[in-house]
Design a protein around this ligand. Structure first.
Ligand code: DO4
Ligand code: MG
Length: 304
């Protein structure tokens, strides 16, 4: 079951169940439980149900107001107070990081080491105000010549680290800043509109095997497909729960946090994003996240 968040006719953020091109709006069927996805999951637990059981008990197919997907303004499916991200969780990412490095040491690089280490790389990626909704522009920064989207499966979790569901995420990255010096990582990862996720949350209980999700990334320039790459979560070196365990260890984690789980798709090394490109990130069973690319210096676009 896939949950979206969108603006209704009054401009209020509401939840809906997405089925094909139709959205069944559920917030008005049970405003207390269906205020947001975290409240919904907690409410379900309190009454001994799973989130999808609670939603089904609302008889939404008979009772709910139906919207057409193409007619609504989609929001991130949860207003995540924080987005964290994991790095070098796939072999492909390790190899790409090694290529980027300006100064290579003699033996193993710290990317080689972290790929094998027990402790994963986890870094702070974004806040609600830096994260854009589906279809809003993600930004490229003005002081980098080598920028890419990083298509990743995102885990939507509550404050106890329980997985509520899966989403598609984009960890926009600057490869030259990252490669120049590892201490520049926050600048290679965090700037205005450098993160996006959505459009749906696939409820965790409705996913049979999260280690068999296809991820596809397509980049269009002037409406022409200029890059397409794919991967599968079976290639992930780690388990989702281990990543969450490290994130939550001695940490304060907020309800509705999103943890991006690393990229396995890297465009060719000569590729860099340009203003006007369109990025699509598709995760099987979850949906397709689509964002145009804008220049951070030129956009005054702020999240509504
Ligand atoms: O330190 C590099 C981060 C790499 C990353 O974001 C990824 O593997 O997805
Ligand atoms: Mg990444």
């Amino acid at each position: 079951m896939n949950i979206v968040r969108f603006l209704d006719e009054q401009g209020t953020a509401v939840l809906g169940v997405l089925e094909g091109e139709e959205i069944y709006e559920i917030t008005s069927l049970h405003p207390e439980a269906c205020r947001d996805i975290v409240t919904l999951a907690q409410h379900a637990k309190n009454v001994g149900q799973t989130p999808s059981q609670l939603i089904s008990s609302l008889n939404y197919r008979q009772q709910a107001k139906v919207y057409r997907l193409q007619n609504v303004e989609l929001l991130t499916p949860v207003d995540a107070p924080e987005v964290w991200a994991c790095g070098v969780t796939y072999e492909r990412s390790r190899d790409a990081r090694n290529i980027e490095m300006k100064e290579k040491p003699e033996g193993l690089t710290f990317y080689d080491k972290v790929y094998e280490a027990e402790r994963p790389e986890i870094f702070f990626k974004s806040t609600s105000a830096r994260t854009v909704h589906p279809h809003q522009p993600v930004c490229i920064r003005s002081d980098s010549e080598w920028q890419v989207p990083e298509p990743e499966v995102g885990l939507v979790i509550n404050g106890s680290g329980e997985i509520i569901g899966y989403t598609a995420g984009n960890d926009m990255s600057s490869r030259d800043i990252e490669g120049e010096n590892p201490l520049y990582l926050p600048q290679a990862k965090v700037w205005r509109n450098s993160c996006s996720f959505g459009p749906t949350i696939r409820l965790a209980e409705t996913v049979d095997n999260p280690y068999n999700m296809d991820i596809v990334c397509r980049i269009y320039r002037e409406e022409k497909l200029i890059f397409e790459g794919s991967a599968n979560t079976s290639q992930l070196k780690r388990k989702f729960h281990d990543l969450i365990d490290y994130l939550c260890r001695d940490n304060k984690v907020f309800d509705g946090t999103v943890l991006l789980t690393g990229t396995c798709i890297v465009p060719p090394d000569e590729f860099t994003l340009q203003e006007g490109d369109l990025i699509e990130i598709e995760v099987s069973g979850v949906g397709t996240l689509s964002n145009p690319v804008a220049l951070a210096t030129r956009t005054g676009v702020q999240k509504s």
